[in-house]
Design a binder for this molecule. Sequence first.
Ligand code: ZN
Length: 68
Amino acid sequence: MPTKSVPTCPQCGGPLKAGAMALCYREEDDRRTCRVVWGCSNQHVWWKWADRPTAELELCPYPDLMNG
Ligand SMILES: [Zn+2]
């Protein structure tokens, strides 16, 4: 299994798993774009723009997204 693309939690260093997709408005280009929510086993929840794989993870203000 390829593992190089598995992101780690910036807060605790644990492996992250992908959760829900959230459609969000992005001011930069004035359109709605999906973010992928990522969570670790310590309940840290992050997200990043789905169309920007190299973008930094940002702290997700809606941790409930990770719980389905
Ligand atoms: Zn964590």
